[in-house]
Design a protein around this ligand. Sequence first.
Ligand SMILES: [Zn+2]
Length: 313
Amino acid sequence: MKHSNVMLAGLSALLLAACSANTPETAPPEPVESDEPAPPAEETLAGPFAAAFPAWYEPAEPFRVIGNIYHVGPKGLGIFFIPTEDGHILIDGGLPENADGVLNNIRALGHDPRDVKYLLNTHAHFDHSGGLARLKAATGAALISSEGDRSALEGGFYLGFEDRPEFNAPPVKVDATLGDRGTVGVGGTVLTALLTPGHTRGCTSWRLTVEEAGTPYEVLIFCSASVAANRLAPDPQYEGIIADYESTFERARGWQPDVFLANHPEFSGLWQKRAAQLDGDALAFVDRDAFPAYMSRMEQGFREQLAKQTSEE
Ligand SMILES: [Zn+2]
């Protein structure tokens, strides 16, 4: 039943594991107490991609986006924390170097990282999955992923770049997989997995409804639809990648979430909206034009790359 919808609210990690046909019935690791001091917030970390992407290593103060969604990532990577009374959800792990900063940001918000119950991932690329192993060990949370990205998470590789060790990530055990429209729920917050493959084979976007000042808002934490380093043709990153991108563009055409969030802040204008929020706009993140505009840029980029890569064949 690995592709069936799984309602995870209130289920034990054992039951979670049992819901995934390919996952041995083992409990997640015992929470590990971290005594390691995290770096001071003003200090930019060192790392292999720091020259090209310094913002990935630049710590940022955590803040509330809307409802019970908080940003806990560094300046250049979107990582989202959703606390509830019955346990918390964390979406994405950033780079390995980001994990301690994420844990510290969760503590700074007044929460115990060991109360994180579910660890989710948008996609198995090192800049979003690299920190998951460390975060899983520190929180004891169950890691939920799509079946399409499971092998890359567990193998610690970038699908289609198995020969590029610089793109590896620390391998991390997946406790359960979710199919399209599968849900993860805790403490009254329910996230729905929407499979939006292409950028990776199991690229997963997460939809939820939050309440702000008594009004519900639909939030989409989108995986990605950029081509980035992906090979489309003639030797595709993975079999079926072009059809996957096409199906994702087709599927998402009618989507117009109230709030669009992304794992790369520049995709959704996260910091511009944060500045507006600090200026007093409590609904700065409500922007129904943002996602359609982003997707039309992504689709245009995909068409250009497809034409280019195909003509080079
Ligand atoms: Zn990626």
